[in-house]
Each structure stands twice: as C-alpha cells, then as structure tokens.
Write a protein that binds this ligand. Sequence first.
Ligand SMILES: Cc1ncc(COP(=O)(O)O)c(C=O)c1O
Length: 375
Amino acid sequence: MTSAEKYIESKLEERRSSGIYRTLKPENDLIDFCSNDYLGFARSVALKSSIDLEVQNHPQSLNGSTGSRLLSGNLQYAEDLEKSIAAYHQYQAGLLFNSGYDANLGLLSSLALRGDTIILDELIHASAIDGARLSYANRYSFKHNDTGSLEAKLKLAKGNCYVVIESVYSMDGNTPPLLDILNIAERYGAHLIVDEAHAVGLYPKGLVTELGLQGKVFASLVTFGKALSGHGAIILGSDILRQYLINFARPFIYTTAASFHQLASIKMAYQLLNNAEPEIISLKNNIKLFKEQIKPESVYPLLNSDSPIQCIVFKSNDKARDIANILQNKGFDVRAILSPTVATGTERIRICLHAFNTANDINKLATIINQFINA
Ligand SMILES: Cc1ncc(COP(=O)(O)O)c(C=O)c1O
C-alpha cells in the first residue's frame, strides 16, 4: 500500500468501527417513505409523456448541450425557461445551475468577498456551508431558528452581510420564522438568502412567495430534484444578480450546460406543478394523518414539523439504524439519518411523506413506530 492508500484505508476503518460506513444501495421495492418525490412527479406517467412529446416537438434539439453556457452550450430555450420560472415564483430573474449543490456553491462563493460576512442557520444544508467556506468571507452560524442568536451574530458582521436559511429544513422538516428573520436582517442592512429546496411542492411557489416576501429577499434557491422530480436548480433574484453570477459564479461558468432533455423535463414539471392542486391536498392530508397517528409525549418524540419531512430522534446511531432496519424488514423504506450527517445525539429516523402514500400504509407505519418510541 502507498502512504495515500494507507491513509484512505485508515479513514474507512475508522468509519466501519464507529458504525457509520456509507455504502450505496440499489433501488428496492419497499413502500416509499424516504424519497424527495413529494408529489409523485418522478413516477408520473403523464409527466413522462409530456417530456417525450416536448422532445419530439423539438426535432432539432441535440442529445447533449455540447459546452458550457458561455461557449456552445446556451439555448434560447434555457433563457426562456429561466424567465418563465422566475415569473412563476414572482422574481425578476433566474439563473439555472446543474444542481442545488452547485447553485449554493456558486452563489455564496462568488458573492461574499474577503471582509464580508455570511451568517448561516446552524442546520443549513452542507452545500451552503461549502459555498460559504469557498468564499473568503467571515462565517458565523446562529442557533437554529433563533432570532436572538441571529441578532447577536449580526452585531459582529462586517462588510456586506448575507444571512442564509432554508424555508423547510431538510433534516428536521421545520420552518423558520421567515418574516422575523427578514425584519432583523433588514434592520442590520443584511441580505437574506432562502434555500427553498424542500418547500417547493408543499408550497407550489415556495414559502417566500407564499408569504408574499419575494420582493424583500435578496435571493432564493429552488432545486428541481425534489418535488419537481428532475435535476438542477435555479437562483432567483434581481437581474443584476443574474448578470453577476454569469460573470463570477464558477460552478455556473466552468461546467457543461444541461441537455435539452433535462431542460424540457424541468419545463414540463412546472406545467404539472401548475395543475397539482389534488396532489398537494393529498400530501397535506397525509402529513396530517401521520402526525395524528404518532403517539404524543413519547420517550423519543416526533420533531415539530408541518412538512413532508417527519423525524423521530433516537439519539444514537445504533438505535436509529436498528429501527430503520425493522421498518425496512416490514416493507417500509424509512432511512436512519446518522451522525455526522446530523449532530451527535440527534440521530434519527426520517420519514418523508408523499401525495401517493395510502392511508393504510401510513397507519401501518405509524403503528410499528409507536411500538418503539416509548421503549
Ligand atoms: C436544503 C438543500 N439545499 C440544496 C440541496 C442540493 O440540491 P441538489 O440535490 O439539487 O444538489 C439539497 C439536497 O439535498 C437540500 O436539501
């Protein structure tokens, strides 16, 4: 073994011995309480047909984009799509990225310079943390959803200041006091950035637009890989922000643009979202049903969340993994979320509800979970 291989093996062994070794698993036929396909778009036959038709209706479209947007990879179709998505969410402009990860990386790393400040909710997604790390700005985190803690950090801020939050937190499923955070940020002249990855779907236009705050946030991020069932993301904001990102966001500049097929999938998913009222109602009903079924005041309580993401914290990797295994053996695809993905002591099972889950499956799942949360 070379010294590099010895290092690699020792790090993997560390993971194995602490029980947190990650492996890829093939798809399964368990009942889906795990995926981000909140509205069932990924399995929608109608969506598949409309994407096929859109591709057929553009016979001149290429299989691949052939280059980055700034070279051969730009399409009028992409620019029109950006305009229509921005208009749908009621923002001035939007810029597509190849993933939500890239979008957060590009936005934060290019925007905040040395001497500026980025303040992140402590539970913010890894992509925002990585974007902030890649910038040369000062970084602070504030206690989750805690406006007092945010204000304390705002008092320390220098230069241009950006506050970064999610509108539905990916691992807890809860929502921030968006208006309060916006007001505090405004009071300190800070710019609010909202990651809407898990909110779009439950709120078709995102929580920011749902609350009518789209004119007040500096930028929002919408990803297409969750309720919209595709791949990619868009940063929404002002037209000058879009121009800036085209000039300075390296994950936008130095990468091959999305293919026509990918763009068509996004466009068709938005058309479906426009008519997804029945799916949204089913999703809301399923969230309500699940919450009603889980026993309150348990040793391992359900986290407070009104979103499709519902978590029960078992406070140990082993316990969370054991419960997830039991549920999987009974036919339910529920995953454990272990440390270091979440903080030590907050290891959990994470149940994702969908429009297509049946009441019977939800009741059965809840009955099994209830056997373990007082144990
Ligand atoms: C809150 C949040 N932001 C960004 C991302 C990254 O998005 P993508 O999967 O499109 O890279 C995710 C994905 O897990 C997320 O949960």
